[in-house]
Ligand binder design. Structure first.
Ligand SMILES: NC(=O)c1ccc[n+]([C@@H]2O[C@H](COP(=O)([O-])OP(=O)(O)OC[C@H]3O[C@@H](n4cnc5c(N)ncnc54)[C@H](O)[C@@H]3O)[C@@H](O)[C@H]2O)c1
Length: 453
C-alpha cells in the first residue's frame, strides 16, 4: 500500500518505518524542516532501540521517504495516517490544533478513495468531527478510521512489530478489511485485530492509559504507607503478585510516572468526563498521587540535610522519564531538578541518552557529566531517577570514594538496602527502610578472666 504518515515524532516515525519494513511505500511528513532534512541524511532525531537501523534499511530500499510537502505525500496515497502531537492545553483537555491544521489542508488534496486513519490519541468524538470537516470541505463522504497506538517508548519497534492487539474503529467493513490486510504481517502470532466503533477505539486508548497509570499511583501510595509502617514494598509486591487477579506487571514503586502520554491523557480523560457530567474521582486521585510522588525524594533530602540544602552538591543519575528513551517530557527527574535548583543546590547530572534534551531545558544552569562516576565527584548526595541498566551494578567503593558525603536517594529501588549498608552508604529508597552504614567494628580487646562470651 502507499501510505502517508503525517507527524514524524516518536509514534509517526516508528509507524511509518514499520509499515515500510513490511513492504509498503511510506512517506513521512512533518512541519519541522530540520527534522526532515536530517532524516533524509540518515539522522534519526530520537533515541529508540533498533529504529535507526530500520530507517536506514528502508530508506535505502526506496520504501521510506521524508518530506515537508503534505500535498505531495498525500497525492498518491491509499492511506493517510495522522500522528501529530496532541499535547495538553492549559485547560487540561487535549490540544488538537495540529490535527485540525492537517485536516483542513487534507480537504483540498485527499485522493477520492484514500482512507484517513487517526493514530494520535484524541478525545472521543474527534473521529466524527474529522469526518464532518472533510465532508464539508470536499463535498463528499470520506472514510475516517481510528487506530490508537499502544507502543511503549524504549520498546517501540518491538511493540509495533508484535502488538498485543490492534484496535481499529471504523464505520464501514471495507475499511476494517483494508486495515486488517495492512496489519496482517504484524499479527502472525494470533494476537487479535479488534474492530469496533471509532468512539470505542478512541476511548480504549484513554482507558488503557488510565488503568496503567492507576497501577503506578496505587503502588506508590502503598509504598509510602510501607515506609511509615516499617514494611518493605518489595516483599508486599511479592506477597500480592502471585494472586493471578493481581499479577506483578506494572507494579513497581518509584518517583511517579512521566512522559508525553500518561500525564496528559489522564487530564484529557478527566476533562472529557467533566464535559459529560461524570465526576472523575479515580482519575483525579491518580493524578494527585502522581504529582505528590514527584516530591517524595526531595522531602527525604530536606529531612536528611535538616532543611539546609542550599549550597549542597547533588548528583542526579537519570533524566529520561524511563529507561531506554531520551524523552524527558514530564520526567520526574526534571521535577526534582527544579526543586533542587529552587533550594539553591549545585547539580551535576548524567543520563546515557537524554542529556541533549535536558540541556535544551536547563542550559548552563547545571553541569553535565560524561560518565556516572564523574557526576559524583565531591557530591553531598546522589539521586537516582531513571532505571537505566547502566546504574544497576556500579562500583560502590569507587562511588563512596568520589562523594563527599555518602548519601544515596534511590527513586527506582535499584539496590539491596543491606548491601548498601555494608558498602557504607546512607541509603534511602521508595517503600523500604532507610539504612545507615554499619558502625565501625570495635577494636579487638583481650578477653578478661571470667568475662562472659
Ligand atoms: N510517544 C508515545 O509513547 C505515544 C504512544 C501512543 C500514542 N501516542 C500519541 O501519538 C501522538 C503523537 O505523539 P508523539 O510522542 O509521536 O509526538 P511528538 O511530539 O514526538 O511528534 C509529533 C510530530 O508532529 C509534528 N507536527 C506537528 N504539527 C504538524 C503538522 N501540522 N503537520 C505535520 N507534522 C506536524 C511535530 O513536528 C512532531 O514531529 C500523540 O497524540 C500521542 O498522545 C504517543
Amino acid at each position: 500500500m502507499r501510505i502517508a504518515v503525517v507527524g514524524t515524532g516518536y509514534v509517526g516515525l516508528v509507524t511509518g518505518t514499520c509499515f515500510a519494513d513490511s513492504g509498503n511505500t511510506v512517506t513521512c511528513v512533518d512541519v519541522d524542516l530540520e527534522k526532515i532534512e536530517g532524516l533524509r541524511d540518515g539522522i534519526v532525531p530520537i533515541y529508540e532501540p533498533g529504529l535507526a537501523e530500520l530507517v536506514k534499511r528502508n530508506t535505502a530500499a526506496g520504501r521510506l521517504h521524508f518530506t515537508t510537502d503534505l500535498r505531495d505525500a498525500v497525492a498518491a496515497s491509499d492511506l493517510v495516517y495522522l500522528a501529530v502531537g496532541t499535547p495538553q492545553s492549559p485547560s487540561g483537555a487535549a490540544d488538537l490544533s495540529a490535527l485540525w491544521s492537517v485536516v483542513r489542508q487534507l480537504g483540498s488534496c485527499l485522493p477520492e478513495a484514500a482512507i484517513v486513519v487517526i493514530k494520535s490519541t484524541v478525545p472521543v468524538a474527534t473521529n466524527a468531527a474529522v469526518d464532518a470537516m472533510l465532508r464539508e470541505i470536499t463535498g463528499r463522504a470520506c472514510d475516517v478510521a481510528s487506530n490508537p497506538e499502544f507502543l511503549k517508548e524504549g520498546a517501540a519497534i518491538e511493540d509495533f512489530m508484535k502488538p498485543d492487539r490492534v484496535v481499529v474503529g471504523v464505520r464501514r467493513p471495507h475499511v476494517a478489511d483494508v486495515l486488517g490486510e495492512l496489519y496482517s504481517p504484524f499479527l502472525r502470532t494470533e494476537h487479535p485485530f479488534l474492530v469496533m466503533s471509532p468512539e470505542s477505539a478512541e476511548l480504549t486508548k484513554y482507558v488503557a492509559n488510565a488503568l496503567l497509570a492507576s497501577k503506578i499511583s496505587f503502588i506508590n501510595e502503598m509504598a509510602n504507607l510501607c515506609e511509615r509502617m516499617c514494611g518493605d514494598i518489595n516483599d508486599v509486591r511479592r506477597g500480592i503478585g502471585h494472586d493471578r487477579r493481581i499479577g506483578f506487571e506494572f507494579l513497581f514503586p518509584g518517583v511517579g510516572y512521566g512522559g508525553s502520554c500518561f500525564p496528559k491523557d489522564i487530564r484529557a480523560l478527566t476533562a472529557m468526563a467533566r464535559q459529560h457530567d461524570v465526576e472523575p474521582r479515580m482519575l483525579q486521585a491518580i493524578d494527585a498521587v502522581n504529582r505528590h510522588q514527584k516530591t517524595v525524594l526531595m522531602a527525604k533530602m530536606q529531612e536528611h540535610f535538616g532543611g539546609q540544602l542550599a549550597g549542597k552538591h547533588v548528583a542526579v543519575w537519570g533524566l529520561a522519564f524511563k529507561a531506554r528513551t531520551d524523552d524527558v517530557r514530564e520526567a520526574p527527574a526534571l521535577a526534582l531538578l527544579d526543586q533542587l535548583l529552587e533550594a539553591g543546590c549545585r547539580l551535576t547530572v548524567f543520563d546515557p541518552e537524554a542529556m541533549d534534551n535536558a540541556r535544551a531545558v536547563y542550559g548552563e544552569q547545571i553541569t553535565y557529566a560524561a560518565r556516572p562516576i564523574e557526576a559524583l565527584e565531591g557530591a553531598d548526595a546522589l539521586a537516582i531517577m531513571t532505571e537505566w541498566g547502566d546504574f544497576r551494578r556500579p562500583d560502590f567503593a569507587a562511588m563512596k570514594q568520589s562523594m563527599t558525603h555518602p548519601a544515596i536517594f534511590d527513586g527506582r529501588n535499584l539496590y539491596d538496602p543491606h548491601e548498601m549498608r555494608r558498602a557504607g552508604f546512607i541509603y534511602y529508597s521508595i517503600g523500604r527502610v532507610t539504612v545507615r552504614p554499619d558502625p565501625a567494628p570495635e577494636a579487638a580487646r583481650p578477653m578478661q578472666d571470667g568475662q562472659a562470651l
